[in-house]
Design a protein around this ligand. Structure first.
Ligand code: ACM
Length: 765
């Protein structure tokens, strides 16, 4: 079906190819310039990929393209060194191709397809675009027909990054390679690799073996850190130098530079656990089992700089890229302030405060890196005591750091935590995996604009680009890495590649439908949070419910069934709220035409279900620091995920109907309180318990209202996984807010609600 597509300021008529009926140009990131042309070309199973002998750049791009096509279309096109004029897909290095390090041109005409570029990277990216054009449908094999088109493309930014934290939780070498492949397929080119932190040192340094012998193992907090017999069960791992070289080489073939991050002066607890002489106190802490901001800083002695320089020397030998990331974030100065010798050193240097001391520290490391031909990049805290002369700033606490640094003439990379932190939750659904608090849905990432509006044209030139960051405190598994990263990485990619004027979320969602299929073909399981159907239900008398279906993006068709089967594209389409008899099992899924966008979500509509709330459906009492935490048990297999405010474990059920309710049931779990919060630990709200292990209390109307239930935690305290509590609830009539909180004398353990259910007098368990 013909489709009007707005592109490059023109209205173009694109005729869709056989096999898919509703796609705009199915490419992410959208190319800079797309012009529809006459004619079409049909790629057949015997269409050759033509590369001129000796054109190594073209051969490399053609090989990656052919392999991708094989993996996703299940058929191989042969690469031929032929000058035959027969119809072909041609890859060619060409000095007359569009200018730019990463630019390429791709044309489809009746006589063939040509990918041309001046550079290896340009050819590679042209191959990625062509692969996407040829995988717009879900069919396997050939023929595939492409409408005539002339694409001229180049990225908007030079730094198109993704950061993966391998310190808090490790990924295998193969998993990292999978991430690198996906980055390449999104035309991203900087892999920022978090290799050191308080909770683990993950890169082999030959000169300092204890960094990995000691620093690469921690005993996790809670049940995860001990065996059934009570023995410590360490979490360990690091990347050998051979593995690092392998990853760096793998990335290079995909035109990705790896930027290692070696944190200093803070986030150094694992290193100081291994070599306490480089810390401030001289004592060895454990490798940290806690999340948050730990106090361990390096000291400022010459011997410590020698250590760091020796480490960086090995790091530079492993990572040939220009930039070395030295962290610099969250270096709280308590230990420096408490240390006579650090303060004496500061005074001797004539520095006015500890911010200036960190600045001096970073500048000294910068001089060393510069002497070795490298550039220092650090988090925006490196601005605080004055920036080192050449430093590049990575702005994460919003964009202020970037604005300030660019105004001072420094290069900047944007990764504001509210828009580009993929460790944050992407929907409010109860099935979101463990994550940090702040909602960062797909659209927020898509709408992120890397150039802060405060910068003028000249200052904007310092914006090298942007990146997304995935911190892994609450991302233990690779399934969760995938969920967090995809498809938000596609949204980020368009923000850093496509001209600003061409970006359009609606078009992106349209193009995302085929991309979701490509992910699955390549073994990636993306999040479907943007399209997952939310099933809201309210009672209509005793035996009926009113049901509203929606998804986060309002994109696609919602289809549902009432017979327990999974919805298909032929199932009834949701148009308006449904009034259904109870009990009914409703299943709903989203589709773009015939393509699935989200797997089916199920809700059993019955009286008991309508009297149940998951923690995600309750309102936090104070919303101070809400996290989605994974339970610390069981060791193997899936763990419950608990959404809880770690400063105030308290929830409100708004407007609960209490007519006939006489009891309450709650599923709860206790978690280790392994958070380093500094002063904030004193603001954790504690409520006096009546029994040694505490209770779950329920109060009417407000948290200071009458206590209407008190469920002791004594039995649940003996269990590592979730427990069910049940007890009487003083009767009330009508609708009331209910306040739920746990009592206890200390923040540890942290109790959390998984779900609560109101029980009428007649309810059977
Ligand atoms: C950061 O998120 N601490 C850079």
């Amino acid at each position: 079906m013909p489709l009007l597509l707005r592109c490059c300021g023109f209205l173009l008529l694109l005729v869709c190819t056989a096999g898919h009926a509703t796609n705009a140009l199915p490419v992410i990131p959208l190319p800079a310039s797309v012009v529809a042309t006459e004619g079409e070309f049909v790629v057949q199973a015997d269409t050759p990929i033509r590369v001129t002998a000796g054109d190594a750049a073209a051969l490399q791009a053609a090989q990656y393209f052919a392999t991708l096509l094989q993996r996703t279309r299940g058929a191989t096109l042969a690469i031929a060194n032929t000058k035959s004029p027969a119809p072909a897909i041609e890859f060619a290095s060409d000095a007359t191709a569009p200018a730019g390090n990463e630019a390429y041109a791709l044309t489809v005409t009746a006589t063939g397809i040509r990918v041309r570029a001046r550079s290896t990277a340009g050819l590679f990216y042209g191959g990625i675009t062509l692969w996407q054009l040829l995988t717009a449908d879900t069919a396997q094999g050939f023929p595939v027909s492409l409408q005539g088109v002339r694409i001229e493309d180049a990225p908007r930014f030079a730094w198109r990054g993704f950061m993966l934290d391998s310190a808090r939780h490790l990924q295998t070498v193969d998993q990292i390679k999978q991430v690198l492949d996906q980055m390449a397929q999104h035309k991203l080119n900087v892999f920022h690799w978090g290799l050191t932190n308080d909770q683990g040192w993950r890169v082999e340094i030959k000169r300092y073996p204890k960094l990995t012998q000691v620093g690469a193992c921690r005993i996790p907090a809670g049940a995860a850190g001990r065996t059934a017999q009570g023995q410590p069960r360490p979490y360990c791992g690091f990347y050998t130098q051979d593995q690092v070289r392998d990853i760096v080489a793998y990335a290079a073939v995909r035109h990705i530079t790896v930027v290692p991050e070696i944190e200093m002066p803070g986030h150094a607890q694992a290193a100081i656990a291994a070599y306490p002489e480089f810390g401030v106190t001289g004592k060895a802490p454990p490798v940290s089992p806690d999340w948050g901001v730990n106090p361990y800083l390096y000291n400022v002695e010459d011997g410590t700089f020698q250590f760091l320089q020796n480490v960086l020397t090995e790091v530079m030998a492993l990572f040939p890229g220009q930039y070395i990331h030295v962290g610099g974030d969250e270096a709280i100065k308590d230990q420096w302030q408490a240390s006579e010798s650090v303060q004496a050193h500061r005074r001797k240097l004539g520095l006015k405060d500890d911010m200036a001391l960190q600045s001096w520290f970073t500048a000294r490391i910068e001089r060393f890196l510069n002497q070795h031909g490298r550039k220092l990049i650090g988090w925006d805290e490196i601005l605080e005591g004055g920036l080192p002369p050449q430093a590049t700033v990575m702005s994460w606490r919003g964009t202020k750091g970037a604005v300030e640094a660019a105004r001072e003439g420094h290069d900047v990379v944007l990764s504001p935590s509210n828009l580009t932190y993929f460790n944050r939750m992407q929907s409010d659904a109860a099935d979101e995996p463990s994550s940090h608090d702040y909602p960062t849905p797909l659209k927020a990432v898509y709408d992120f604009e890397p150039v802060p509006p405060e910068l003028d044209a000249e200052q904007s030139k310092h914006v090298l680009g942007a990146q997304a960051n995935l911190w892994t405190e609450h991302v233990r598994t690779f399934d969760n890495v995938q969920h967090k990263t995809f498809p938000r990485l596609a949204a980020l990619a368009e923000g850093v590649w496509t001209p600003k004027a061409e970006r359009d979320f609606g078009g992106f969602l349209q193009r995302l439908a085929p991309q979701l299929h490509r992910y699955r073909q390549l073994g990636i399981t993306p999040a479907d949070s943007a399209f997952a159907v939310k099933i809201a239900a309210e009672p209509l008398g005793e035996n009926r419910a009113r049901v509203t279906l929606s998804n986060q993006t309002a994109f696609g068709d919602i289809r549902y069934t009432l017979d327990g089967s999974d919805p298909t594209p032929a199932s009834p389409r949701y148009e308006a709220p449904l009034e259904l008899p109870m009990p009914t099992t409703l299943k709903a899924a989203s589709f773009a035409g015939t393509r699935p966008l989200a797997i089916a979500r199920t809700r059993v509509l019955d009286a008991a279900g309508l009297r149940t709330r998951e923690a995600e459906e309750l309102t936090p009492c104070s919303n101070s620091l809400v996290l989605r935490l994974e339970d610390d048990a069981p060791f193997e297999g899936p763990r419950a995920v608990l959404q809880v405010d770690i400063l105030d474990a308290c929830w409100i059920w708004k407007n609960a109907s209490l007519d006939g309710i006489t009891a309450i049931r709650a599923t709860v779990a206790n978690l280790p309180y392994n958070f380093q919060l500094g002063e904030a630990i004193n603001s954790v709200k504690l409520r006096a318990p009546a029994t040694a292990e505490g209770e779950l209390e329920v109060r009417l109307d407000t948290c200071a209202g009458p206590r209407i239930a008190s469920l002791p935690l004594a039995e649940a305290s003996k269990r590592d996984t979730t427990s069910t509590l049940e007890g009487a609830l003083a009767t009330s009539a009508g609708a009331h807010d209910l306040c739920f909180y746990f009592t206890g004398r200390t923040p540890d353990p942290l109790w959390a609600i998984d779900a609560v259910q109101l029980l009428p007098a007649t309810a059977t368990p």
